[in-house]
Design a protein around this ligand. Structure first.
Ligand code: ZN
Length: 316
């Protein structure tokens, strides 16, 4: 098994009871062999299409679900961050600053977040408290954007970078005058809006996966993980087909995943699987150089949600 799998598996060993962990590790090793067995066929597919690119964006950062547990926060964020580095994937984490403000822990939490920058990764604003745009007044949403950058902006500047990217919570970017108003507000504050084109809904599996691991039910956890990989394959296939039908080529895709415990334990496998699908990992900036993202006349809210829907409405 490649060395890059060892870190998440070591974390997983700490996470579960020793006996359950041993079983999970063994079955994960088998899954690794399955992946390798598929490679020759998939590599042939890669050669016929060498230009598939994807940017990985990870939301609800840096550690969703950790609550006020500092150890869990450090473990989840640290493991995700190290997996990006080990797999040489140029990721961006979209942060809810609310996670940083736990009494007595602010310094440690901000220091861990800063490590993402030290490691060469990027950070974007995902609002302070993850509100749904359509459920709050525009002033309250604008306020949550500003509140979500009070730590991020100086932190990025300290490392010679600028706070550039914004991701709408729930991809709820609207379609009306309020959507246009928020987009204008983001422009005024020098934000670029991060779209999404691939989403295998990792969050919908995460809770079951960790629940089974905690209960020592490793076989069930592995079943959940098999469903995750099937969903991943389907999501990429869907986006590729949609891109080909609409644009006639493979759009530089933008993947959405989340900073949860499941990914902290398994993200290395996800990266390998995406590589096996023929993808090269690129930064969000690089993906956004694709001309489709600069299509004029996109309706308000298009860029912040399912941008392919906006592109479809312009081109049809
Ligand atoms: Zn989110």
């Amino acid at each position: 098994m490649p060395a890059r799998y060892l870190t998440p598996l070591c974390n997983r060993r700490r996470f579960v009871a020793a006996s359950a962990a041993a079983s999970v590790v063994a079955s994960t090793a088998l899954r690794g062999k399955d992946l390798q067995a598929k490679q020759p066929q998939e590599q042939a597919a890669n050669q016929s299409d060498p230009k598939k690119r994807v940017a990985v964006t990870i939301d609800d950062g840096p550690a969703s679900g950790a609550g006020d547990d500092l150890d869990a926060y450090l473990r989840i964020s640290g493991s995700l961050r190290k997996t990006f580095v080990e797999h040489q994937v140029p990721g961006i984490v979209f942060v809810n600053e609310r996670q940083l403000h736990v009494d007595g822990q602010r310094d440690a939490r901000i220091r861990e977040l800063e490590q993402w920058l030290v490691d060469g990764l990027d950070i974007g604003n995902h609002t302070y408290a993850h509100k749904r745009m359509r459920e709050v007044p525009a002033w309250e949403y604008r306020d949550d954007i500003v509140k979500g950058e009070t730590v991020l902006r100086p932190l990025l500047e300290k490392h010679g970078k600028r706070l550039t990217w914004f991701r709408y919570p729930f991809l709820d970017s609207g379609r009306d005058a309020k959507a246009a108003e928020i987009e204008e507000f983001l422009r005024e504050r020098d934000y670029r809006i991060a779209p999404v084109t691939v989403d295998y809904k990792d969050y919908s599996f995460a809770r079951n996966y960790t629940r089974f691991l905690r209960a020592g039910e490793s076989a069930q956890a592995e079943e959940v993980l098999d469903s995750v990989w099937k969903a991943l394959d389907r999501a990429f296939e869907h986006s590729e087909q949609r891109s080909q039908n609409l644009l006639g080529y493979q759009l530089s895709q933008v993947l959405l995943i989340h900073c949860n415990e499941m990914n902290a334990l398994t993200l290395g496998d996800a990266f390998q699987r995406i590589r096996d699908l023929g993808y090269e990992f690129v930064s969000l900036e690089e993906a956004m150089l694709d001309a489709a993202y600069a299509t004029p006349g996109l309706p308000p809210g298009s860029m912040g949600g399912w941008v392919m829907d906006g592109l479809t409405s312009v081109r049809s």
